[in-house]
Ligand binder design. Structure first.
Ligand code: TNX
Length: 528
């Protein structure tokens, strides 16, 4: 029995019968029409939501209308059609229009929607007749599309045609992020990950409105980005990984392909070249980078803190200038990450002038520095960002110099930590991080003297000493990544673990439809 007939019959019955005698549903086999937008388990939780008690339905007649004359919005329309068509089988098309479209359709447009929405916010208005998504900037439309996607049944994520109906509860959502930087880090140095794996990770994290992916491209065990002026970095330094596997590296073309893929999803790639420590792969590739002019052996273990570039040699700065110049040229985003962590064998008296000099090299190539919190021991440039991972004292030194802080406290945000003592993968030096531990914290109250105004955002690093492939990556990052994404997006006043554990549990069907190998945490109230 079809739904329209069903509601007509109900209407008729309502006229004839007392309301109490009405059957609850015409056909119990069909899922109930969603009518309460407030019941939807959006993640991250939106800033404001008003439910209006009816619903919109995608049908054979539905199209996506986009504002005429803007190719970027048209591309977003195509992206949305690509998300809806495989599972619905509805062949939803993309049409351009000069004005608001006729009823029955989805409409994407830029609109001056109020300054509080900022560059990433959006307004999603759903009525029985239409879905109107508007934003100040295209990025906002992209995030609004992620919300729309989550309002549809989880089966929308399937790649083959599924049973409908495809209905969305009505109401209005106005939503925008708390922090401008909401990111993940992937260590492709300890174990290498192929372009396809990185793209899948980009897709998975962008569903939760993350907008930054930091790639840790070099470490003791591997150098993973082609540098044309120093080819041995990858020819030799990229030839292995932890455990002695074949390793690998990105050619500059492959890296640019990742950058473009991310950009199409409003995500910025932040490349990291870790220095002066964590450099054994470079030291093995070129003898000249060592103080004793002897190339080191390649390293496939998991110790840290034993390597350093020879910071007192001029050649080192020529080397860094070449690397930064080539990397800056293929990185449209504003940041280059210079590492700077755990340089245990670089004397502090050499470390400080080194960081100072590298900051000016990065600035000369038009980029802004991010470094791990140890760099705050140097003299920071006004726009340098300090990534807090270990010592509040370092981050505070950064703030005292006017730097912004990126929050990645290891005991909360490190997704390479085990969930509990039984987790097979991962490390535990910063503690076990169950889903509650990873969610119940606020960047603005983590460290004394570091408030919201000092914070650029949050990032969840995945170090890969023990993580060897995409399935293992998924297991460590899901479901912790959505929690970090929400900490970055949703105001602290709207976050509550008891509510979150239920809402996260409702992502189950979506995780499964997307084929994510997630950790079934006992802390989460798993639903459909
Ligand atoms: C510390 S976090 C490191 C990494 C390791 C990680 C393992 C940081 C800046 N340095 O080199 O991979 O611990 O959890």
């Amino acid at each position: 029995m079809n739904k329209d007939f069903c509601s007509l019959t109900a209407l008729f019955a309502a006229v004839l019968l007392a309301a109490a005698m009405l059957p609850m549903s015409c056909n119990p086999a069909l899922p109930a029409t969603p009518k309460d937008l407030a019941q939807d388990a959006l993640l991250p939780r939106p800033v404001s939501l008003e439910a209006t008690g009816s619903s919109f339905r995608l049908t054979e007649k539905t199209d996506i209308y986009v504002e005429a004359g803007n190719p970027e919005i048209e591309r977003l329309g195509q992206y949305l059609a690509g998300l809806l068509n495989p599972a619905t089988g509805l062949e939803i098309g993309v049409k351009t229009t000069e004005e608001a479209p006729p009823s029955g359709h989805i409409y994407l447009a830029l609109n001056n929607n109020g300054p509080e929405l900022g560059p990433e916010g959006y307004q999603l208005e759903i009525t029985e007749k239409a879905v109107n998504l508007t934003a100040n900037q295209p990025a906002g439309l992209f995030y609004g599309i992620q919300t729309l996607r989550q309002l549809l049944p989880a089966a929308i994520e399937q790649q083959e045609k599924q049973e409908g109906p495809w209905e969305i509860a009505s109401g209005t959502i106005r939503d925008y992020p708390t922090y401008p930087y909401r990111g993940a880090m992937l260590d492709v140095a300890r174990h290498f990950f192929a372009v396809e794996d990185v793209k899948r990770y980009i897709d998975l994290i962008s569903l939760y409105k993350m907008n930054m992916l930091h790639l840790h491209l070099s470490d003791d065990q591997g150098w993973r980005i082609e540098i044309k002026s120093w080819p041995n970095l990858t020819a030799k330094g990229g030839s292995t990984e932890v455990g002695g596997g074949a390793g690998g590296y990105f050619t500059q073309e492959q890296y640019q392909d990742i950058v473009q893929y991310a950009q199409d999803r409003y995500m910025t790639i932040i490349p990291e070249i870790d220095m002066p420590g964590h450099t054994n792969a470079a030291l093995a590739s070129y003898a000249v980078l060592n103080c004793d002019d002897k190339a080191r052996e390649l390293y496939t273990g998991t110790e840290v803190g034993f390597s350093t570039l020879c910071t007192t040699k001029d050649t080192i700065y020529q080397f860094i200038d070449d690397v930064i110049r080539e990397l800056a040229a293929i990185t449209p985003g504003p940041y280059l990450h210079i590492g700077g962590d755990e340089s245990h064998v670089t004397p502090m008296a050499e470390y400080i002038p080194f960081i100072n000099r590298v900051q000016s090299i990065v600035a000369a190539h038009g980029k802004q520095v991010i470094g791990w919190d140890e760099i705050a021991n140097a003299t920071l440039e006004p726009n340098t960002v300090v990534q807090y991972w270990s010592k509040a004292e370092n981050a505070q030194k950064g703030v005292a110099q006017g730097a912004k802080v990126l929050m990645s406290p290891a005991s909360k945000a490190y997704v390479d930590m085990k969930y509990d003592s039984t987790t097979q993968l991962g490390l535990s030096w910063a503690g076990f991080i169950e889903i509650d531990t990873g969610y119940i914290w606020d960047p603005a109250t983590m460290a004394e003297g570091i408030g919201k105004e000092n914070i650029l955002g949050v990032e969840a690093p995945l170090w890969t000493e023990t993580v060897t492939n995409i399935k293992e990556l998924e297991y460590m990052t899901f479901p912790r990544i959505p929690g970090i994404a929400e900490i970055g997006w949703t105001p602290a006043s709207l976050r509550d673990w008891e509510e979150y554990k239920v809402r996260l549990g409702k992502q189950k069907g979506r995780f499964e439809a997307l084929g994510i190998n997630y950790y079934v945490s006992p802390k989460v109230t798993w639903g459909e």
